[in-house]
Design a protein around this ligand. Structure first.
Ligand SMILES: Cc1cc2nc3c(=O)[nH]c(=O)nc-3n(C[C@H](O)[C@H](O)[C@H](O)COP(=O)(O)OP(=O)(O)OC[C@H]3O[C@@H](n4cnc5c(N)ncnc54)[C@H](O)[C@@H]3O)c2cc1C
Length: 407
């Protein structure tokens, strides 16, 4: 008879793996979390003080993500309450863009539909009056997502992992998973020092999926964020979340099509991230996390051009990674024909906002094989034939002794 170490193993304890671990433990499912570094860590996708939570969808009415986004703020608040933590910053999110940008008009329409009126759709004049820290030209406009905000990201990962431990989960950090084998009655998970035997496996390695399952159309994408200081006469304004809510700016036809960020918890600094092309890779080297001055050029330009009274000298900066899919949709669902593997990865820049809901979806799939959410658009098998038999896996990885990683 097979002896199991637990019902489930979760590979990767970042934004989504930690939530899956927590949600599984909460349902009384015995679960082991395995993290190659430490959790939280700044070698993957979830570090950098906070993440913007934007429940207002960017996609047209009727898109499947609307249902998921509707539930994210209640899910974050429930998680916060259950763990007696202080994670969510309820500042709202200022979304700014251009009135001739059709995609931004979709967001404005979503706000009208959700709020029942036009109160949060702001023309350029109103933007300049109410939000003078954002530099708005005559073609600009804003949409205030009054339900959104930010979440303390490292603390959220920490809270989920420690909350799961309290509920009985077993956690192994500094333990890199080198491979797994799916057999008729079990999944064997291989690390340097030992093997774990479980009934089911959750794979949630963030950008490292590009090395782990390289046939999937996901690549590791580097992203940089930096912190800036307001000029002395603007320090009070930048310290006030009413004047500087979390923000997400859409800048069409420009190098760097969007920026995002929030006031630092270390007031009065402002953290800005942006969408420049810092490199896609499927070979992740630990030295890749070093920020060079050129990495900051675009964000410094944004600090000058998009904000009033912000000095463009970065005080500190981080370079992280996320897994980016070819269609920008995550891969969440059963992977392969065995029914034993659930993938939760490829979040393409939005994976923190949705993490507690995704954790619940993963737990549904493990516990009941199905979820009430429509996740057809996230189907991991939408790109490729199943490839999780033992023989195929060994062929992909080169076998037991070889890791996919070049670390
Ligand atoms: C700079 C930046 C800004 C962002 N801003 C936002 C935002 O404002 N709002 C938002 O919603 N999202 C944002 N995102 C996206 C969001 O942070 C990511 O989508 C999210 O962190 C992905 O979660 P994850 O669990 O898939 O991966 P991660 O959080 O990267 O965690 C994966 C974990 O798996 C571990 N791991 C990998 N391989 C192995 C292995 N072989 N064995 C064991 N462990 C392994 C890693 O070490 C890591 O800890 C941003 C991302 C970045 C990088």
């Amino acid at each position: 008879m097979t002896t199991y170490d637990a019902q489930v193993a979760v590979i990767g304890l970042g934004a989504n793996g930690a939530q899956a671990l927590y949600q599984l433990a909460k349902r009384g499912i015995s679960v082991i979390g395995i993290e190659q570094h430490w959790s939280p860590n700044e070698r993957s996708g979830h570090a950098g003080e906070h993440r913007v939570l934007h429940p207002l969808p960017f996609s047209p009415e009727g898109s499947p993500d609307h249902e998921i986004l509707k539930d994210i703020m209640p899910a974050w608040k429930q998680f916060q309450q259950e763990t007696n933590s202080n994670l969510v910053i309820e500042s709202g999110v200022m979304l700014f863009g251009h009135k001739d940008d059709d995609e931004f008009q979709v967001i404005a329409q979503n706000a009208r539909n959700r709020d029942g009126d036009d109160r949060n759709v702001l023309d350029a004049k109103t933007m300049r009056e109410r939000y003078p820290l954002f530099r708005t030209d005559d073609s600009g406009m804003g949409v205030f997502d009054e339900l959104g905000g930010a979440v303390r990201s490292e603390l959220a990962v920490y809270t989920a992992v420690h909350g799961a431990k309290k509920l009985g989960a077993e956690v192994h950090t500094d333990t890199k998973v080198h491979g797994w084998a799916i057999e008729s009655d079990r999944v064997r998970v291989f690390t340097r020092d030992r093997e774990f035997t479980v009934e089911k496996l959750v794979i949630s390695p963030g950008a490292y999926i590009a090395e782990m399952l390289p046939h999937l159309p996901i690549r590791a994408r580097h992203l940089v964020m930096a912190w800036f200081t307001p000029e002395p006469e603007y320090m009070d304004a930048y310290s006030d979340p009413k004047q500087l809510p979390a923000f997400h700016g859409f800048i069409p036809h420009r190098r760097g099509e969007m920026i995002y960020g929030a006031g630092s918890l270390d007031k009065p600094y402002v953290k800005i991230g942006a969408d420049f092309n810092w490199r896609l890779t499927d070979e992740i080297h630990q030295t890749d996390f070093h920020v060079v001055p050129e990495d900051l050029d675009g964000i410094r330009m944004m600090a000058r051009e998009r904000f009033v009274g912000l000095d463009d000298a970065p005080l500190r900066s981080v370079k992280l990674m996320d897994g980016w899919t070819v269609d920008y949709e995550a891969l969440v669902g059963h992977y392969g024909p065995s029914g034993r593997v659930v993938l939760s990865t490829g979040f393409s820049g939005y994976g923190f906002t949705v993490a507690p809901v995704m954790g619940g979806i993963v737990a549904d799939l493990i516990e009941k094989e199905e979820t009430s959410y429509n996740i057809a658009h996230l189907d991991p098998n939408r790109f490729t034939e199943p490839n999780d038999s033992l023989a195929e896996w060994w062929q992909v990885t080169g076998g037991w002794n070889r890791s996919w990683s070049k670390l």
